[in-house]
Design a protein around this ligand. Structure first.
Ligand SMILES: Nc1ncnc2c1ncn2[C@@H]1O[C@H](COP(=O)(O)OP(=O)(O)OP(=O)(O)O)[C@@H](O)[C@H]1O
Ligand SMILES: [Mg+2]
Length: 240
């Protein structure tokens, strides 16, 4: 589904990603761990194609197609979708208008109900939403888009326990982790610090990013246990 080869990315003249390699197969869900400032968001934004993230070396392939130089909107049309760590507020467009672009009226209502967002439909996107409400709004938009590759940047940060459960179940449904789906066609790349979301979303593989490089691969829960126990210092030592 997604293959990243020797990716080097600069932001405002600073090299942030240094030789990133990653392959995510169809139906596979990856978790990306890493300390603050290690480059996780930069990786997701570069995969999505935001122009601020300048790819100076390397390639990104999506379903076998080289998308390294493809504009963001074309990547979205091809089936890449992102849930931002810090999404913008969009004045002049209501939440209902935005999700109505993708979904029919019935689905829009069902989605709004599932995520307790019906009363937010006529508000401008993310305008004065609380932190947790923004996360639900983002998941709602992504669920309406139903991308083939779902990039989730801290989907549960700042979300209360009940809503983590709600968001987790919706993500799990989006990633086709329910028993009803025999062959998964969607893939996921999820950034999480706490790992709470992994109680609801079944992740297949995990990796750790340190200082702009993916340095370690492993089973997601075991990586998380290691990070909880010894912090990222041990990852850095292990590299040495
Ligand atoms: N315009 C810029 N100028 C200089 N450095 C920048 C710029 N934009 C981003 N960076 C730096 O790039 C690094 C990686 O940022 P990124 O947001 O990808 O980290 P992250 O791993 O997602 O961290 P977090 O866990 O805190 O979300 C950070 O050190 C950040 O300060
Ligand atoms: Mg980040």
């Amino acid at each position: 589904m997604l293959k990243i080869e020797n990716l080097v990315v600069e932001v405002a003249g600073h090299q942030i990603l240094k030789d990133v390699n990653l392959e995510i197969k169809k139906g596979e869900t990856f978790v990306l761990f890493g300390p603050n400032g290690s480059g996780k968001t930069t990786l997701l934004m570069s995969i999505m194609g935001f122009p601020k993230y300048k790819i100076t070396q390397g390639k990104i392939f999506y379903q076998g197609k080289n998308i390294t130089r493809l504009p963001l909107d074309e990547r979205a049309r091809l089936g890449l979708g992102i849930m931002f760590q810090r999404p913008p507020t969009i004045h002049g467009v209501t939440l209902k208008q935005l999700i109505g672009i993708y979904a029919n009226d019935l689905d829009v209502q069902q989605l709004g109900k599932a995520l307790n967002l019906l009363s937010f439909f006529d508000r401008d996107i993310n305008a004065d939403f609380s932190g947790g409400e923004i996360k639900r709004s983002e998941i709602l938009q992504l669920f309406a888009q139903k991308p083939n590759i779902v990039l989730l940047d801290e989907p549960a940060s700042g979300v209360d326990i009940e809503n983590i459960c709600l968001i987790g179940k919706v993500i799990s449904q989006l990633l086709q982790h329910t028993n009803a789906v025999k062959e998964k066609t969607r893939s996921g790349l999820i950034i999480t610090h706490t790992g709470y979301i992994l109680d609801y979303v079944k992740a297949d593989k995990g990796c750790v990013m340190i200082n702009g490089k993916i340095v370690c691969h492993g089973e997601p829960h075991s990586l998380l246990r290691g990070i909880h126990k010894t912090g990222y210092q041990e990852c850095i030592k292990c590299l040495k």
